[in-house]
Design a protein around this ligand. Sequence first.
Ligand code: MRU
Length: 330
Amino acid sequence: MEVIDQTMLPGAVEVLRLTTVADVVAAIDRLAVRGAPALGVVGGFGVALAHRESAGGPTQLEPLLNDLESARPTAVNLARMVRRVAEFAPQGFEAVLNAAFEVRDEEIAASRGMARRGADLAAQFVDGRPLTVMTICNTGALAAVEGGTALAVAEELHKRGLLAEVVALETRPLLQGARLTAWELAQMDAPHRLIVDSAAASVLASGLIDVVLTGADRIAANADTANKIGTFGLALAAADAGVPFVVVAPESTIDLGTSSGASIPIEDRGAREVVSYPLEGTAPPETKVINPAFDVTRAELITAIVTERRVVDLSGGGTLTGGQDPEPPR
Ligand code: MRU
């Protein structure tokens, strides 16, 4: 499997070759590959590697599947796609590989659907004039094979001539917004500015922003949404400023088996990336740290959830479980 090593961006575009399950787990653990949909796809192809390593034997396969699905706990896509693809293990390697390609193709198609539906919705928030969009973390093609989630909506607005500007949060501690989102926006020639995370509330209060668009790592049945740390604060500030707060995520990120945000496992990534990233000595090395990689935004703070199949208008009383069935992807 070949993936871009996201830890090297924006300085260099380097391709990593992952040939074993241990390679895949290590790449996921150090965020060389990251973003919920991309984790699902990499997990799916990881099952193909696991199948080869275990020669298809179920006893040898299961520990490898456990390693893959537990490499990161919050994004539901990883464990979900590992288990989905693993169902084909008894049918042999080709069947497993085909299932992994199917997951990849579905995520690529989902990105297109989210971009269209999200741009249609965002355009309704203003009277046809170009929008200024705020976003956090990285939700572009890097996070989702092609297109992306929230950033795919911004890209679609840009293609339609409806994007005034993206205001991207740098996204401490690992700077996915600064390193990855600013890089992707430059690649798509889209107007953008970067802000430090702590500037978000005052920029929202200033009236500059028309809509906040974020991705998601797991959406619970009651629409509580886990996403990159800082998203909850952004939603509070958006509510205070009266700015619509829209979550853009594929159906594969919705986890109806998790009833509310309180049950979503939140990864704590330890002290190192806070006390010594991007430079050694950011803080005294022995400093104790709290480093949750994600937070949960309560459903009541979310205006709408956009997937490839539907727009759930939470502010209008919509729910993920009630209402009409999702439409086919378009
Ligand atoms: O820790 P990361 O970089 O994997 O966190 C990623 C995010 O929080 C994204 O917003 C989320 O996965 C949606 S990506 C399309």
